[in-house]
Design a protein around this ligand. Sequence first.
Ligand code: APR
Length: 189
Amino acid sequence: MASGPGKLTEYHVGRCRLELVQGDITDQVVDAIVNAANSRLAGGGGVDGAIHRRGGPSIMAETKAKYPDGCPTGSAVITGAGNLSAKYVIHAVGPIWQGGNAGEAELLASAYRRALELAVGHSCQSVAFPALSTGAYRYPLSEAAQIALRTTIEFLRQRQSPPLVRFVLFDQATLNVFAEELAKLARAS
Ligand code: APR
């Protein structure tokens, strides 16, 4: 557990709940699971590999048929979820970290916002996010966590939906960083 002083794993915005948990995102039973995709929507390792492995080939088949041109960085597209315990996979494309002066912060925020908009547009009651861009794309973790949480809280304040947003962090260290950033944002609000 990442509880204790300076850490927070749950936060409420009106009737919406933001949760932080440790785990594998493909185990989540939610309406939409967000994939950390690349702009060619070509599949890969990390979250992307796990989602296509567990979800089966229908996800890639639908992706290629519906989005043959891929998806720009900072945006997201939606497909069915194959064998996963979700209705949808939202493929969000975060930026590759290039040192911080290439618009990475705005592109990362935009990827989260677009994924949340798609979830609301498809009436999802619950959405699970990984820590976009913090693996193969090397975005510094604390900064990425702050952007992910701030963008989500702002979205929930404005839209009052989806009712549940859960960040599923792969290991305890990542959960701790998210829990510290969430506590800071809660103190500042
Ligand atoms: N569940 C939850 N989190 C996971 C899982 C999983 N099964 N597997 C990896 N992670 C974590 C990583 O530890 C990292 O913190 O998800 C975060 C995002 O890592 P990546 O999946 O590497 O995503 P990203 O950094 O956005 O890079 C995207 O990687 O797999 C390719 O096709 C993908 O080219 C794209 C790039």
